[in-house]
Design a protein around this ligand. Structure first.
Ligand code: M6R
Length: 596
């Protein structure tokens, strides 16, 4: 989830400032460490890196002094391996002839590292970017050319990543990717490559997008593409982009919220790959399975993921889990917890004070704290006995979208493992999410006009979709400033039904198993003149009884909630824009709440 940048020029130049500027343009992704390496024409390597902000590290390590014909800059956003000087990138191979940096995740990192150590290579960190360098070193040591060594290393490195590498005695660099993005650019006297278009744009609008299975060879003023499979050349026209920096940072989307909604299929896939290869999943599952009491503790959106998690765990692992808002955990449960109990503390930021206070309060009583978090190096990570990363990359928009999806998916994964079930079917989720974004995005168009004028609505769900209704309502409130209440659908008749008047909008989120029950609720609203909007799989009962049906792809009861949240996120986003607000930065709110 990091950012990389590389440049090749024809003669030794002061590259330090250029690398620092490129790093700054990558910083919108979020990061914990920064590093630069330069290689000179006479074969010397200068490597400087540390934990900290670009300006501070660049000044302290005097990046401006760095010179060379080739340069690499990297911003690290840790997923595995704590933020540290050793884990910061770029990395060297054993004898310092190769320098490389990556972004993304190599999921067979542990196995490869062990193999490299047993083969006699020198490893200096636990970071998977270093693993990429040694993967190439292994074949260079066997006498392969750089190109052929990279072709072989490509097959060994599993995961979603992009990588750039240089060798002291060749005035060129090589870059390749699997899953992650990678773009190269060419100018008269140089060639550049980066994980992010914005870091290249001020240098050149002339770019080449690199595909999986290709190796870009960067030389001053030219880029050559070769196929990993057989080493043959690939012909591709240079394209000229017209995007501004800001547009490029938003990936062509109008807002980060929309970009992050669209990132969900990829982020879900990346987290599944990580979990499949992670020993920490087993450690977490064992502790959750054997706990006397299992608490799921969080705030806001993360709490909604806990509610869904508890339902998954009951259904798939046959054991109760107690979801609880972090501040309420203290008076309601902490006095009764003990060392046999486990708390899974869930937080995107890992810095929410309410969550950290709850963890702190339970410590003297011996509760075992586990973490589910997005920000590696956060306080929650350090306080957890075992943690799992959400692998979402930096979430810029204040409303949490992609992190909610991966929190909920992480709970589904853990629940399946706790119950001894296979997780293989989850790998179909990214495609279903992609389809849902496209199809529901079109369907909600009909609702926008009416709903954008409303200052009051409800969002109801039942069973597995109850937490989704709460989450949809929170998103709606957060970015549209309208009052939207989330509720269990069966509770509506116990009071709020009195609010319904002609045209009053009520959204019903339905799982495929709950249609009969939801249809009763729908009729209670429609017979009083309200407008019932159903979100669910195609079902004649929903179609016949609701005014509108936002149809989800068929996915079954377990995956349905993960799809159902998508149209609610999209609707909240569109209504926010229609009402003239900035969904990325809603008034009065902050991304990370480090106050009581
Ligand atoms: O970083 P956390 O997950 O601990 O944050 C908790 C809440 O503040 C957060 O989920 C908030 O509710 C979201 N911005 C809602 O979109």
């Amino acid at each position: 989830m990091c950012g990389i940048f590389g440049i090749v020029t024809s003669r030794d130049e002061p590259l330090g400032q250029l690398l620092t500027e490129a790093s700054k343009r990558l910083s919108y992704r979020g990061y914990d460490s920064v590093g630069c390496a330069t290689l000179t024409s006479d074969g010397t390597v200068d490597l400087r890196k540390d934990v900290g902000k670009v300006d501070e590290v660049a000044a302290r390590l005097r990046f401006h002094e760095m010179r060379g014909t080739r340069g690499i800059a990297q911003l690290r956003w840790a997923t595995f391996g704590a933020p540290s000087q050793a884990n910061a990138q770029p990395h060297l191979d054993s004898d310092g002839d190769l320098v490389g940096a990556h972004n993304g995740n190599v999921v067979n990192n542990v196995e490869l590292r062990e193999a490299f150590i047993s083969e006699g290579m020198t490893l200096r960190s636990t970071n998977d970017g270093e693993t990429c360098v040694h993967a190439v070193e292994r074949y260079v040591n066997q006498g392969y050319s750089m190109l052929d060594a990279i072709r072989r290393a490509y097959e060994d490195l599993e995961g979603d990543y992009a990588f750039v590498i240089g060798r002291v005695d060749e005035n060129r660099m090589y870059a390749f990717k699997k899953g992650s993005g990678l773009v190269a650019g060419v100018t008269d006297g140089s060639a550049v490559v980066s994980s992010d278009l914005p870091s290249i744009l001020p240098l050149t609008p002339n770019i080449l997008r690199i595909e999986d299975g290709e190796i870009a060879i960067l030389e001053p003023g030219r880029i050559e593409l070769r196929r990993v499979e057989d080493g043959r050349s690939v012909e591709r026209e240079i394209e000229t982009v017209t995007e501004t920096m800001e547009e490029a940072q938003k990936g062509g989307y109008a807002h980060f919220m929309l970009k992050e909604i669209h990132e969900q299929p990829r982020r879900a896939g990346e987290m599944l790959h990580l979990f499949d290869a992670s020993p920490y999943v087993t450690a977490m599952v064992e502790r959750m399975k054997t706990a006397r009491n299992l608490y799921l503790v969080a705030c806001g959106t993360s709490y909604h993921a806990c509610l869904l998690g508890a339902t998954y765990i009951a259904r798939l692992a046959g054991r109760p889990a107690i979801p609880v808002l972090a501040p309420q955990f203290v008076p309601q449960y902490v006095p009764a917890v003990g060392p046999e109990d486990v708390g899974v503390f869930v937080s995107q930021s890992g810095e929410t004070k309410d969550v950290l206070l709850a963890l702190e309060a339970s410590r003297p009583r011996g509760l075992q704290p586990l973490g589910l978090l997005n920000v590696i190096g956060s306080t929650l990570m350090r306080e957890s006995r075992v943690y799992l990363p959400l692998a979402c990359g930096y979430e810029i928009s204040v409303p949490a979208t992609k992190t909610f999806l991966n929190q909920a998916l992480a709970f589904l994964y853990l629940a399946l493992r706790m119950g001894g079930h296979s997780t293989a079917d989850l790998h179909g989720l990214p495609d279903l999410l992609e389809k849902t974004i496209i199809t529901t995005g079109l369907q909600i168009g009909d609702l926008e006009g009416d709903l954008a004028r409303r200052d009051d609505l409800y969002c109801l769900g039942y069973g597995l979709t109850y937490p989704i209704a709460l989450e949809g309502a929170l998103k709606m409130k957060e970015v549209t400033y309208a009052h939207c209440e989330g509720m269990l659908s069966t509770e509506f008749k116990h009071g709020p039904l009195s609010a319904v008047t002609e045209g009053y909008p009520v959204i019903f989120v339905s799982g495929p198993e709950d249609v009969a029950r939801v249809v009763s609720g729908i009729n209670e609203v429609t017979c009083r003149g309200g407008r019932a909007i159903a979100v669910g799989e195609e079902d004649p009962r929903l179609r016949a009884n609701a005014h509108d049906l936002i149809m989800l792809p068929k996915a079954g009861p377990l995956l349905n909630p993960l799809l159902a949240v998508i149209p609610l996120q999209l609707l909240a986003y569109r209504l926010s824009v229609a009402r003239g607000y900035d969904p990325d930065f809603p008034r009065n709110l902050s991304k990370t709440l480090t106050v009581d």
